[in-house]
Design a protein around this ligand. Structure first.
Ligand SMILES: [Zn+2]
Length: 116
């Protein structure tokens, strides 16, 4: 269950921001999570609810947006979006090469927060 340390990390950043901006209550947190990451939205929210008890972020709703998986062609360096379902079958739209490097898809970050 790697959602737990990640959720802890998110909460830490949220609380730091809240403190710096004298926030009384965090209402919602917009997260961007790469499509390649196997984090489950439901579990992130559950851990968040558990960890944020007694803090200004208690009860905040996590809004999770899935970010596209980007790959780069090994032959011509063109970047393009890949679907997880097509991993065995990626073809560069520019040159037709099949070798790629993954650029993104596993990262996560906080895009925005709703506070009062
Ligand atoms: Zn290419």
């Amino acid at each position: 269950m790697h959602e737990l340390p990640i959720t802890e990390g998110i909460l830490k950043i949220v609380l730091k921001h809240a403190q710096m901006n004298s926030v009384r209550q965090v209402l919602a947190i917009h997260l961007q999570v790469g499509k390649l990451s196997d984090l489950e939205d439901e579990w992130i929210q559950r851990y968040f609810d558990y960890l944020s008890k007694g803090t200004v972020a208690e009860g905040a709703k996590l809004k999770i947006e899935r970010m596209p998986i980007m790959v780069q062609c090994s032959a011509c360096s063109t970047s393009y979006e890949a679907e997880a379902a097509n991993f065995g079958d990626l073809i560069c739209p520019a040159c037709g090469d099949k070798n790629v490097t993954f650029l993104s898809g596993k990262e996560y970050y906080i895009k925005d927060m709703e506070v009062q």
